[in-house]
Design a protein around this ligand. Structure first.
Ligand code: ZN
Length: 122
């Protein structure tokens, strides 16, 4: 049994563009009307696979962004979680290094530093 690796980001972007592309084989609309209704059009097919598209830049950007934005959001969330863990650990180290255990009541400079660090990195 072999595991198939997940498709690369590049492959997912290419698939998104192929899905977004409209392959008009002659409709009742004018070319302009058809382009307006289908802002990404198939330009070249090879063995029934769209290999080239033409279209509106905003529509192409939206098709690419639909794939890339969730990836960016996931990475941002991962980064924020790692940052939070690191800052929390650093704050705890600072707290233990600078405040004797019997003097911790009401003193939470480490938490203030952690909050300040979160504010500057988020
Ligand atoms: Zn058409």
């Amino acid at each position: 049994m072999t595991d198939t690796p997940p498709p690369s980001l590049r492959d997912r972007i290419a698939a998104s563009l192929r899905t977004a592309a409209y392959d008009c084989d002659g409709c009742d609309l004018t070319e302009r009307e058809c382009d307006d209704q289908h802002p990404i059009q198939a330009a070249v097919l090879h063995h029934d696979v769209i290999t080239s598209v033409y279209g509106d830049i905003d529509a192409i950007a939206a098709a690419v962004l639909a794939v890339v934005q969730p990836e960016i959001d996931r990475l941002r969330a991962d980064l924020a979680a790692v940052r939070d863990r690191t800052l929390t650990e650093a704050a705890e180290v600072l707290r233990q290094a600078t405040v004797p255990a019997h003097q911790t009541d009401g003193l939470d400079a480490a938490a203030d530093i952690l909050d300040a660090a979160r504010d500057t990195t988020s």
